[in-house]
Design a binder for this molecule. Structure first.
Ligand code: CP
Length: 305
């Protein structure tokens, strides 16, 4: 039985199979409409979500399956003190697959050892968000036609931004990918990503503070929100929250085929004036998330279409 807790559990070949499956779903949705008939997805969200939870639910419905679950810890028996292990043991009696978001890093891993059914990490604290990376990869693939040979700029809260951690790990396996990490000093990418993921493979990266200076050399610009919910101190959040705001003016020096991504939700870090720029791909990215989650559900439930 397979789970998806960390994006590195999927080989490059498996990522390509998921992308190919998602592309086939896009081209032939009717072929998949009953693929999960009789199957149930449980969405266990102990933290808020719009895109991840609803795209998982839409994904299961579009595969002909059903959905049950909760969208906040307060409406589950976690509020009475039930452990994650006990919760998923019980949910494993009711559903065929679980998508779980939890504020504690490692909670989905613990769940995967107890559930008896496949568990998908839908975001654990400031750690990982592998299905967001699936959305990111499909978007880059559709926009660029490749996942190799590009300079990827990651901008904003690289410390707590779990989507960045998963994306860097995933893209570190494609040839010719370089990273430009753009952040305030306090929100630099965790050292383990540099020493454990990038350095052993000899992957080029720079850590800089200026988005404007980096802009001309980027093929991908991945903006992120400063993660208020992970700060211990509100004053630090307020000081750092508007460190980077992408505007049409700042894009004047960007490549014509730049692809602008953001996992969303955004707060201030991309001006709404950028939304009309053809290089803005973040709403397409949210849609792509649904297709990749459909492909992932099929894979983990071992459904062949
Ligand atoms: N990108 C993302 O995880 O969004 P939600 O928090 O709305 O699920």
């Amino acid at each position: 039985m397979r789970n998806l807790i960390d994006i590195m559990e999927l080989s490059v070949e498996e990522l390509q199979q998921l992308i190919d499956c998602a592309m086939d779903i896009i081209a032939n949705p009717a072929k998949y409409a009953e693929a999960c008939h009789g199957k149930k997805l449980a969405t266990l969200f102990f933290e808020p979500s719009t895109r991840t939870r609803l795209s998982f639910e839409a994904a299961m419905y579009e595969l002909g399956g059903n959905v049950l679950g909760f969208s906040e810890a307060q409406s589950s028996s976690a509020s009475k003190g039930e452990s994650v292990s006990d919760t998923v043991r019980v949910v494993g009696c009711y559903a065929d697959i679980i998508a779980m978001r939890h504020p504690k890093e490692g909670a989905p891993l613990v769940a995967s050892r107890k559930a008896g059914i496949p568990v998908i990490n839908a975001g654990d604290g400031g750690h990982n968000h592998p299905t967001q990376t699936l959305a990111d990869l499909l978007t880059i693939y559709r926009e660029k036609g490749r996942l190799t040979d590009m300079t990827v700029g990651l901008c904003g809260d690289l410390k707590f931004g779990r989507t960045v951690h998963s994306l860097v790990s995933a893209m570190s396996r494609y040839t010719g990918v370089k990273f430009v990490m753009i952040s305030p000093e306090e929100l630099r990418i965790p050292q383990y990503i540099l020493t454990d993921v990038l350095d052993p493979k000899g992957i080029e990266y720079e850590e800089v503070t200026s988005l404007e200076d980096a802009m001309p050399r980027l093929d991908i610009l991945y903006m992120t929100r400063v993660q208020r919910e992970r700060f211990f101190n509100e004053a630090d959040y307020v000081r750092l929250k508007d460190s980077y705001i992408l505007t049409p003016e700042k894009l004047r020096t960007a490549k014509d085929d730049l692809c602008i991504l953001h996992p969303l939700p955004r707060v201030n870090e991309i001006s709404v004036a950028v939304d009309e720029d053809p290089r803005a791909c973040y709403f397409k990215q949210a849609l792509n998330g649904k297709y990749m989650r459909m492909a992932l559900i099929l894979k983990l439930l071992e459904v062949n279409v």
